[in-house]
Design a protein around this ligand. Sequence first.
Ligand code: ZN
Length: 116
Amino acid sequence: MTGWRRDPKIYGKPDFIFKKEKLAIFVDGCFWHGCPSHHKKPTTRAEFWETKIGRNIQRDRIVSRTLRADGWAVIRIWECKLRDYPLSEVKRVNRKLRELRAQIEASKTPASSLVK
Ligand SMILES: [Zn+2]
């Protein structure tokens, strides 16, 4: 796959972006982002962590929503999925890229060429 890059200027600091396709990819750590299958509530200072991680999850949602409102496609990948099923995650990204590229192509086709 080509075109992976980072750009810290993008809102929410995605882990990777495909600039041309406007695809932002976030790799979310299981603990910090509250992965449903791996996040275990710490037993010490449980309330502190719950609040902290709750805020992270909320911020993730805001970031995704804001980017989408700005015309970006957003994919969030759980760290554990990337580790355990990297191929299926790469496929998911590839599928999205194809979709976005098709949209770009479609929007580039001049209207006159559609009339034959
Ligand atoms: Zn996980």
